[in-house]
Design a protein around this ligand. Structure first.
Ligand code: 13P
Ligand code: SF4
Length: 301
């Protein structure tokens, strides 16, 4: 912690000077999550809470699509992402042109877009969803068939919970696609009584073999409510690190996988972002109108 002290003190002072707040995703490392963040949560919570931010500057400690969402909901504020290379394999997997082709192939079928996408893809969609509200969004449309892009596994996991027919795209999260049923089998053998929690970006057979599947906020809530004595979270590594500090009585078992994009955000990069006002998120106005509509429609569900 000594190596972090300097940066933490500097960031706290810079936040005061610049009237800034830091929004941090659950996958940020503990020194960011617990020491400098003002608002933490899953993608849905960060989008919801971004609306109420009164500061002049928002630093998004997370990946690029999250910073774009914060900017969409706060067009008049300065939104900074400390590293522009903090991307996402799901956001990379689809373009607005792909969405246009899908619409042509499935005329009249509404397009539900996971927030893990660029603003341009959101603008080409009807409504957004997150892993925390995907089923509700699907059912809110009152139709028999929807397109759900770009995460194939999230779409297939939601399809198991609803009567609505879901047409999926073939994007995957590079972190969650690596978990396997074999991992779960080995964990149950080596750690008797273990509770297995999985994010819905995991393959459907993995989510089905787990005891519970939910968004990062859902996983956190499951631990808080059920207090399993021994638990594994099949998701990004920092998730367990951040929760574990609250529950010294719970044994958190790894494996986990690191998200290289989330890990690009560090205390020094947050400090630099505030010192040098970088990197400011800007959006093409026409794209922003469509993308904001898709996000706001989701938030109204
Ligand atoms: P949540 O919306 O569950 O926080 O997930 C975001 C994400 O990027 C998961 O990989
Ligand atoms: Fe994207 Fe997966 Fe990283 Fe989440 S964990 S930001 S979905 S690559």
């Amino acid at each position: 912690w000594l190596t972090f002290e300097d940066d933490i003190a500097a960031i706290i002072e810079l936040k005061r000077q610049r009237n800034a707040v830091i929004l941090a995703h659950n996958y940020q490392t503990p020194e960011i999550f617990h020491c400098v963040a003002d608002i933490v949560g899953d993608s849905l919570a960060l989008a919801r809470k971004a609306i109420d931010v009164e500061a002049d500057v928002i630093v998004l400690a997370g990946v690029h699509f999250m910073a774009e969402t914060a900017k969409l909901l706060n067009p008049g504020k300065t939104v900074l992402i400390p590293d522009t290379d903090a991307g996402c394999s799901l956001a990379e997997s689809i373009t607005p042109e792909d969405v246009a082709l899908l619409r042509r192939a499935h005329p009249g079928v509404p397009v539900i877009t996971y927030v893990n996408t660029s603003a341009a893809v959101k603008a080409a969609s009807d409504i957004c969803c997150t892993s925390g509200n995907a089923k509700q969004v699907v059912e809110s449309l009152g139709v028999q068939r929807v397109l759900m892009i770009p995460d194939e596994y999230l779409a297939r996991n939601v399809a198991l919970e609803t009567d609505v027919e879901i047409i999926a795209w073939h994007g995957h999260c590079e972190v969650h696609e690596r978990f396997s049923v074999e991992d779960i089998k080995e964990l149950r053998e080596s750690h008797p009584g273990i509770t297995v929690l999985a994010h819905p970006e995991c393959p459907p057979e993995v989510a089905a073999a787990a005891d519970f599947s939910g968004s990062t906020a859902g996983l956190s809530e499951f631990v808080a409510t059920n207090r399993p004595p021994r638990v594994v979270l099949l998701t990004e590594c920092s998730m367990s690190d951040n929760i574990a500090v609250h529950y010294p009585d719970i044994e958190f078992i790894r494996p986990c996988n690191l998200c290289p994009h989330m890990k690009r955000i560090t205390l020094p990069s947050i400090r630099k972002a505030l010192e040098e006002n970088r990197h400011e998120v800007t959006l093409d106005p026409a794209t922003a109108v469509g993308a904001r509509h898709a996000i706001e429609r989701m938030l109204a569900v």
